[in-house]
Design a protein around this ligand. Structure first.
Ligand code: 13P
Length: 340
């Protein structure tokens, strides 16, 4: 393990103004996104859509890394330039989602475990040869009635995340460790904070036990927020305070960056929350974004599968990147959504 290399890549991904574009939707997930705009999910349509994102001029100021899906890492531009090469040439670091999705955790009704450890070392070797310098693995924690998640369910997911992170670092690939407490459900913000706290505590205990170098990884957590079906939604400031209180208690200062997932928030809310969190800084870690839907939903709607919408789709994408780049510095204001 080359500690200096790992920590310099991790820091570069979250350099000033920068965050991550999560464009690593698996084929079933991108199909759902395409269905919403009535575009068929063919290999060429998926390639073309990702090409539109990656070739948008000027995003390199705000995007330090892009997470790709296996198929996308093997694809390239119309002219035949591999996407990993295109991104690298623009100073954007290519990364790869390496988990194989979540399945139900045997004998634990209502809980999930992420698969993909078998053969991971060999897959990482190939991904590295193809240009990936960081990876992502998502664990899914669902909040249900009083006793879900169980402490066993949390520990099982934390263990798998740590096994993945250690395999990455063995090959000098920066692991993004993503324990996602889902926003589905009607729970209040206090319950989200309690569960997220237990999850982070378990994750860092396991990472430490597996000798994972905190300086050479990034944490991708959920924000602390009431469930989307909760009747008590909190204001932006309350979300920022609960999120930072929770992260400050359980995330070691040695971790260079915290990059939030958006998890079903509207693009504007995700940006606003990130901004409020950064306005409470400075924090011990860089605090930025690793958004999928919050960066892409408006782009998909503008593109609509039509070549003649290319310019407007790229303009929409650039705007979301720029506004999140500002929020990542605490310099965003909601009014910019309409004045830009
Ligand atoms: P969302 O921002 O859409 O939650 O996606 C981020 C991600 O990469 C989930 O694994």
């Amino acid at each position: 393990m080359n500690s200096d290399k790992l920590s310099s890549v991790a820091k570069a991904i979250v350099a000033k103004q920068k965050g991550v574009l999560a464009a690593d939707e698996s084929n079933p997930t991108i199909k759902k996104r395409f269905d919403s705009i009535k575009v068929e999910s063919t290999e060429e349509n998926r390639r073309r859509y990702r090409e539109i994102l990656f070739s948008t001029q000027g995003i390199e100021r705000y995007i330090g890394g892009v997470i790709l899906f296996d198929e996308t890492l093997r694809q390239g531009t119309r002219e035949g330039i591999p996407f990993a090469e295109l991104l690298s040439s623009r100073g954007i670091i290519p990364g790869i989602k390496v988990d194989k999705g979540s399945k139900s955790l045997a004998l634990c009704p209502d809980e999930q475990i992420t698969e993909g450890l078998d053969g991971l070392r060999e897959r990482l070797v190939e991904y590295k040869q193809m240009g990936a310098r960081f990876a992502k693995w998502r664990a899914v924690i669902k909040i249900k009635e009083r006793d879900v998640p169980t402490s066993f369910g949390i520990r099982a997911n934390a263990h798998v995340l740590a096994r993945y992170a250690a395999l990455c670092q063995e090959l000098d690939i920066v692991p993004i460790v993503e324990p996602e407490v889902l926003m589905d459900g009607a729970h209040d913000i206090e319950r989200c904070e309690a569960v997220t706290s237990r999850v982070l505590e378990a994750v860092f205990t396991e990472l430490d036990a597996h000798h994972v170098l905190f300086e050479g990884m990034l944490l991708k957590p959920n924000m602390v927020i009431a469930g989307l079906k909760s009747t008590r939604q909190e204001n932006v400031q309350r979300v920022a305070e609960a999120t930072i209180r929770c992260l400050a208690r359980y995330t070691p200062a040695a971790v260079p960056g915290i990059i939030f997932l958006s998890g079903g928030q509207s693009p504007e809310d995700a940006t606003d929350h990130l901004n409020a969190i950064n306005m409470m800084g400075p924090h011990p870690w860089q605090v930025s974004f690793s958004y999928g839907r919050a960066l892409q939903a408006p782009v998909l709607a503008s593109w609509n599968g039509r070549e003649d919408n290319l310019a407007v789709a790229q303009k929409t994408f650039h705007k979301r990147c720029r506004l999140n780049g500002l929020a990542r510095e605490g310099k965003y204001a909601r009014v910019m959504e309409t004045t830009e």
